[in-house]
Design a protein around this ligand. Sequence first.
Ligand SMILES: C[S@@+](CC[C@H](N)C(=O)[O-])C[C@H]1O[C@@H](n2cnc3c(N)ncnc32)[C@H](O)[C@@H]1O
Length: 410
Amino acid sequence: MVNKKCEYKHNKNESVHKIDYDNKKYQNQAIMLSNKVKKQYKHFSKRYAKQNIDIFRLYDWDIPEIGVVVDWYAGHLVVAEYLKKNSDPYWLTIMAEAVAKTLDVKIENLHIKQRHTGYKDGNRYERIAHTDKKIVMSERDFKFYINLDDYVDTGLFSDHRNTRAMVRQMAQGKDFLNLYCYTGSFSCYAAKGGAKRTVSVDRSESAIQWAKENMELNEIQVDSGFTAMEKINDKNDIDSKFEIDNKEIQKEEWSQKNIFIKAHAFDFLEKAKKKGQVFDIAVVDPPSFSSSREPNTRQFQNSSTSPNFEREDLDTTRRERDLKHHFDIAQDHPQLLKAVIEVMRKDSGSVIFFSTNHQNFQLKLDVVKFSLEEDCGNFIKEIKEITSITIPEDYKTPKKQIHRCWKIIV
Ligand SMILES: C[S@@+](CC[C@H](N)C(=O)[O-])C[C@H]1O[C@@H](n2cnc3c(N)ncnc32)[C@H](O)[C@@H]1O
């Protein structure tokens, strides 16, 4: 399978390491992995080619001792290892080269990455290389810029391609909010589905730029949006912040067709609520963890109480402002959902798609409902987990779910 005898490679410290292509255990693993990948490729490649889907998953840790993910990107392969402590740095190279050889992929089209398990998402969106090379790939009748080398993620979360299709189908004439928009793929689908307006929010400048490029690539009108919220010097003084905010954001800017807002999600939601902005569809797909700026030392006085909830849950409802600095989806999603529900159009079947890839996530529905009842009545009409239809077939594994997704009707 791996026909090289051995090869010497320099690691980052310029010391020379031997890649042990002769290692029998590695050879067997390379054979098992290649066989699995080949079978998947055979199963999916024709079907996805017919649908004009360039990106799909070929392997996700199906064999316990081979902890890698293999994705197909229109003739490129991305092979990523779930990194364990003390793993042999060149084991991954051996696995990746074996897979490339099996699928006849040239070595220059092989992209090898390491993903840390249990890391905080803060690191996840940081650069790991500087090629600045974006290539265009298709998903149905859409095109997206993909960067295969510079970040852990490539610019398109292909596991949400079904959810994107659902958004497109229901977008006609609607106000669409894409919170944590990343590269804006959901916004492109909503815009092509006839949305009256799309608002895409992310705190990352490069994500916002990328999202705009994706819209232009799909020949959708791009409006500038505003970045006022990020310009504000956040020194724990939320009131003076809003004063500055009010001056900088012009009324006309809210009514542009496709706008991009570089802002912290909670800042945006507060602002939108204050400005009476309402949405019919929202996609809320936050990172598992997000921290930014300095911790807010201000204490919170809001003291709703109920005997039915754990102390921890009640604390969560009080931490609203602190969430702008430290967000942990496991604890803080009730506050996030409450803030999103507040900007949804009421009594007209508005839909929130709420998704997370946090493993072992437990939705605290009682806390969401409770905090809504306390503040503004119970607006949730229906909540349904739709993970089984949002995860595409190539991402389905018996062991874990790549994401979980709920449809919340308001
Ligand atoms: C999981 S990705 C969202 C993926 C997106 N829904 C998609 O399908 O393409 C999370 C995004 O949240 C952004 N982000 C992280 N913390 C944020 C915050 N506090 N406010 C706004 N955006 C944030 C990151 O920059 C990243 O683009």
